[in-house]
Write a protein that binds this ligand. Structure first.
Ligand code: UDP
Length: 377
């Protein structure tokens, strides 16, 4: 007898897993596929030398939504890690986000009034009029030229592969600016790292679903066409790239990719003294070095570090970030019109919606999607 699943969920990342969990709870039968050989998408963590390694870059859970916080805490206990990255610019070291520690180090000052005056004078010297039209104008009119040149320009341009004047301002609006001595990178009420890593969360979310790894949706489509598929499904939740789903028929959306260089440093107990150190100079090819043990206050005798190299995305690469400029957003709109017409297929997640979502927003969106699905049934 051929099995008919209620949902074929394409992508075993956080969005797909939350959806699968909620639907399984409601008695629906879900099949989750992923073309990678592991679950958890980009929040995948893996033990190496007894350290939970964030395999696809640093993931720090933060949210102001109590429901989302309570939700993730059902699946793991979170520690009290607070992200306080450092920035290295040439031979100078600064605290992030932009706060009194940063300003004091940069200008040798002590009080908020002194910092505000220097920033205001620098902004006045720029003569930017009207609303900021791009990331460069926004950054300068927020923190002035010194901070922009040393801590924003080089980092942003290598991260996104284009000039700050060609990037949308929203990218940097996630960074707080404070006139207090507070190095917390986020303003959210809740923050932490799951003790034991993120993979266990997704594992638990997927309990009760059938999971198939190393399976590409395109193969399923082919088999469906040739009637050789040995299962069936009523609906699809697709969390992959929306343009790929439609065979790029309207053209390619742009993504930013990354290359991660992981290294185990045996006998090195503490390599950089902090979980995240950003290299804000354009000439250094990586944007940051992560030392994973510090996410967990680890005391192991060795350490694992990861260098993160941004790169442009070409077919076959992992797409980590959508590039949400006007051109791509317009193209996405046209794809979303096709998506709207596509019967029995829901699009979700960072790639399905072409949005720079954080983990908490992914959970919110997945729960909302479940709500809508249940309503229409
Ligand atoms: N950013 C920056 N300097 C830094 C860190 C971040 O200018 O040292 C800017 C940059 O434009 C980056 C954005 O802030 O793309 C968001 O960076 P974050 O590290 O918060 O994002 P993630 O890559 O972790 O999603």
């Amino acid at each position: 007898m051929m099995i008919t699943y209620d949902y074929l969920i394409v992508g075993a990342g956080l969005y797909g897993a939350v959806f699968a969990h909620e639907m399984t709870k409601k008695g629906r039968h879900c099949l989750v596929i992923d073309r990678r050989d592991h679950i958890a998408g980009n929040i995948y963590t893996k033990k190496w030398a007894d350290i939970d390694v964030h395999w696809y870059g640093a993931h720090i859970f933060h949210t102001s939504n109590k429901n989302v916080w309570d939700y993730v805490n059902e699946f793991a206990e979170f520690n009290n890690f607070v992200n306080s990255p450092l920035a290295v610019y040439k031979d100078e070291l600064y605290n992030l986000p932009f706060n009194m520690n940063t300003f004091s180090k940069m200008w040798g000052i002590r009080t908020p009034d002194e910092a505000k005056k220097i920033i205001a004078d620098q902004i006045a010297a720029e003569k930017i009029t009207g609303d900021a039209k791009n990331l460069e104008e926004h950054a300068i009119s927020m923190v002035g030229r010194d901070v922009y040149e040393k801590l924003i320009k080089g980092y942003t341009e290598k991260q996104w592969g284009r000039d700050c004047s060609e990037l949308p301002a929203f990218i940097i609006k996630r960074l707080p600016l404070r006139f207090t001595y507070d190095n917390n990178y986020f303003n959210d009420r809740y923050q932490g790292i799951p003790i034991g890593g993120y993979t266990q969360i997704v594992e638990k979310l997927l309990e009760g679903s059938h999971v198939m790894l190393g399976v590409d949706y395109r193969d399923i489509k082919e088999k469906q066409k040739s009637k050789t598929l040995d299962f069936d499904f009523k609906k699809i939740l697709y969390t992959g790239m929306i343009d790929e789903y439609f065979d790029y028929c309207l053209g390619e959306l742009e993504y930013r990719s990354l290359r991660f260089e992981h290294a185990l440093l045996e006998g090195v107990e503490n390599y950089q003294g902090n979980a995240v150190v950003n290299y804000t100079e354009r000439q250094v090819p990586y944007t940051r070095i992560i030392e994973h043990k510090h996410f967990d206050f680890g005391k192991q005798k060795d350490t694992v570090i990861t260098k993160e190299y941004p790169k442009s995305w070409v077919k076959g690469d992992e797409p980590y970030y959508p590039v949400n400029n006007d051109k791509n957003n317009e193209l996405y709109q046209r794809y979303s019109e096709l998506a709207y017409k596509e019967e029995n297929v829901i699009f979700g997640g960072r790639l399905g919606k072409y949005r720079y979502y954080d983990m908490d927003k992914i959970i919110e969106a997945a729960l909302e999607c479940v709500g809508k699905e249940v309503d229409i049934q």
